[in-house]
Structure formats: structure tokens, C-alpha cells
Design a protein around this ligand. Sequence first.
Ligand code: NAD
Length: 508
Amino acid sequence: MISTKVNLPTVGVVGAGAMGRGIVQLFAQAGHRVRCFDAAPGAASRAVDFALGMIERGVAKGRLSAEGFEAIRTGMAACTQMADLAECDVVIEAIVEDLEVKRALFRALEDVVADTAVLASNTSSLTVADIAAACRHPARVAGLHFFNPVPLMKVVEVIAALRTSAQTVALLGELVRGTGHRAVVTADQPGFLVNHAGRGLYTEGLRIVEEQAAAPADVDDVLREGMGFRMGPFELLDLTGLDVSSRVMTSIYEQFQHEPRFRPSSLVAPRVAAGMFGRKTGEGWYVYDGDVRRAEPRPVAPPLPSALSVWVDPQASGHAGLVALLSDAGAVLTADAARAAVCIVQPWGVDATRAATALGLDATRTVAIDPVVPLALRRTLMLTANTSPDTRDGAWALLAADRVPVTLINDSPGFIAQRVIATIVNIAAQIAQRGIASVADIEDAVKLGLGYPQGPLAWGDQIGGARVLEILHNMQAETGDPRYRPSPWLARRVALGVPLVTPEAARF
Ligand SMILES: NC(=O)c1ccc[n+]([C@@H]2O[C@H](COP(=O)([O-])OP(=O)(O)OC[C@H]3O[C@@H](n4cnc5c(N)ncnc54)[C@H](O)[C@@H]3O)[C@@H](O)[C@H]2O)c1
């Protein structure tokens, strides 16, 4: 049962837009007295009314008593002038994303609040130290980065700028935990934690499409259905809007001094120029009728051939599962690769062509299947640069015989899933290496902030740190691209044979 608590800090919220009203709701329903101010007349009271309306739903659902609601209501106030924030112990700023406007606001706030009050910015992309530098007391200034919608997104980044005091970080962490949200502490670095960790999905997804390895819908299908992402990168880009995402991609790349891991794709600018932003313009990677994505024709598996001879690499990670699946589909398994109509390999970080030549197989009769994607969920079938149409159709039909969907892709070191997951693990390892956040905070922030089915480092452990390192090394060797160079944090743990998430880190 929710009730107001007299000894909790009074929270001021400046900026009563999409984020501000959510922040008002979160702290009001956690029992804080809340004061809201906005430069636009009427905006603060609209935000307070909106938050109250949301909280009142709890009364109808029996989660809040009428008295509890009344206590919350009397604890909330819309202010008409900034001076009304004088009694606030903490002020959270959620105004326009403009450094000079934020700096002017923080300077003005310091003249209003007590010297002991903490000031926090909800900036997504500015350097918190730049805002703090405008203040007389930068030690009490930090970032407090919420996600939209604030009451539902249960993670908040506490950003410790260089001069932020440990006391300020601790107070904000406690404030967030009091609402039931998870507070993660992060350094004042580009993208902070969540937006930094989230880079890999977009950059690698785009790279796969750029190389013509697979179509956007194939990348999305494999990652969503095969790997458990809520949405694939192209669905997400269409939802957020490519105009917005493009700016974030470029800004993070610039702020990281052109780190190749964050290099944006040249596919993006022409699409932004053409107005193909996604849902909001009716066309992006997909076409929309209103809010509904238009169905596209998808390739249909060819008819099942009878008694096709198939050789499966005995060293393949998923050998047993593949053999069972193929025999159920009517294939004739053979140990003679030289005579088989279809040869199947399961490489890690290597393309089908190289895997075939390394084993001395005839590339025209060879295909590859991604061992990372569970066979029960989806199958990624990769062709060499010259797999014959007969071999392609035979393998495709056999894999589709039990109606589990098959995604056909062109030759690509690391298929779709290996490339994307290894990139995500590598970026998370580098976040740990750089001390931007703790392992426990990385794991929880990614699950709660990005909705991934598991934390990136735990995912690395599940695939195997050594496997992830092998994928990265091979991709780096095949492409010559430094974006795949492994993080030393990952390489050291693999060398020592220790997990990426130790039981100690998982306890937090
Ligand atoms: N929208 C998101 O998904 C999201 C997520 C995380 C962080 N953020 C960050 O939160 C901040 C606010 O974003 P938003 O989406 O809520 O914006 P918004 O445009 O919905 O609201 C901003 C509000 O600030 C008010 N405002 C502008 N200048 C002001 C000033 N000088 N003094 C007082 N009020 C002022 C405006 O009148 C407006 O009501 C930005 O820094 C943004 O980067 C946004």
C-alpha cells in the first residue's frame, strides 16, 4: 500500500514534458513531496494533473487507499516560479536538451535552493561535467538518467561527473531505490551505460545488411525469434525514427573519438535524406499503413527432395541435433563428404566459403548452419559464394521440413546471431575494462533498460567466453576491421578460464 512518508526528501522537477511528468509520478507515488516547475505557463500543472490521474488508477485497482491518494495529492504542487523550489532537497532537471539552456538553469537553481540540495540532470547526450561546471558547487551536481516511460522503465542511471561527490551519488542511488527502480552508477562517458551498451545491436545489424549478407527482415527475425530480443535492430530503428537514431549513432561515434566499434553505417544518411525515418513517415526499413507494418512476401521453402545424401561435419558443435533433425526429414546421412549432395558445416566467426575450403569440401555442395541459434527456434542457413541452387534448395527443404522457420543468408563471417551477440559482449566487456560501470550494473542496466533477454556478459558465459573470443578474432582476421578487435577484459578472462560474470558480481 502506497503512502506519503514525511521524512523523505522533497523532490523538485524542472521541465514538465514527457520525462518530467513521469518523474513527478514516480516520486509522488513513492511518497515524496514533489514540486514541479516549467517555463511554459500551465505545463507544470498539466504534468501534475497527468501524474495524479495515473496514480489514481491505483485506487481503482485496489493498490492505493483513498486516504493514501489524498496524501499524495496534497504532497504535489505545480509551481509558477522557480523560487517555489526553495524547499527542495533534490531538484531533477528534464528540460530541453541544450547545454547553454541547462547551464543557465543550474546557475539559477543554485540561487534558489539550499547549499545542501542536490541537483541532477536527465540529459541523454550531454556531458554532465559541462553542466556542473556552470555551478558554484559542482560536487552536488550529477546526472540522473531516466528512461521513457519513467514509471515502467525500472532502471535509472546515476552519472557521477568528475567533481560529483560520493555523497551525492549515494543519495541519488538511495532516492532511486526508494521508488523500487534499480539505480546503476555510471561514469560521465558518451551514452553513459545503457546507450553505450546498446550500440552493438544497431551497428552490427546495419553492417550485416550493408554487406548484403542478409535483408533487414532476416536480421530482425533471427534476433527476435532465435535469440530472444523483443525487437530486431531495424524494427527498433523504425520505432525510434532514423532521424533521431542517426544523430545518436553519429554523436556517440564522435564523442568516442571515432572508435571503430561505434562507426555508423553509410546506409543511414541517404535514408534520412529521403525521409525514410520509420513509422512516423510511413516508411523506413519496413512500410507502414498507419501503425501497422505492411506484410512483405517471404520466401517459401522448396519441396522436400527424397533420399538426399547429407554429410555433417563430425566436429560441428550441433552435430547430434542436426543429424537427428535431418534424418527425421528423410535425409540419408553419409560419412563420405566427397559424394554427399549437401555438406553441412557449423563455423564460428568464419564464413561458409572459408569453412568449406579449410575442410577441403566442394564449396558448390556446402552450406553452413549457425550453431548459436537454437535449432528448435529458427535455423540460419548460410551459403558459400558459389553453393549450387540444388544444394541450397535441398538443405533448405530438409531444414524446413518440421516447419521451424529457416532464414537463408549469404556468406558472412559469424552469420547474423554470432556477429551481433559477440559485438554486444565485446562492447560490454570494454565498458567493464574502462571502469564505466560494474559488472552487476552492466548486466541489470542492459536487461532493464534495453529489454535484452539476459545481461551481455552472462550471454557471453552461456555461449562460452572462448567461443566469443574466437568469433571476434576470426571476424577481425576475415574482415581486417578493427571494430572486431577483442576487449582485453574478455581476452584475459578467457586466458584465465574464469567466467565473465563471477558469482561475486552476480550477488549485487
Ligand atoms: N524523451 C525521452 O525519451 C528521454 C529519455 C531520457 C532522457 N531525456 C532527456 O530529458 C530531457 C527532457 O526531455 P523530454 O522528452 O521530456 O522533453 P519535452 O520537450 O517533452 O519537455 C521539455 C519541457 O521543458 C520545458 N522547458 C524548456 N526549457 C525550460 C527552461 N529553461 N526552464 C524550465 N522549463 C523548460 C519545456 O517547456 C517542456 O515542457 C532532455 O534533456 C532529454 O534529452 C529524454
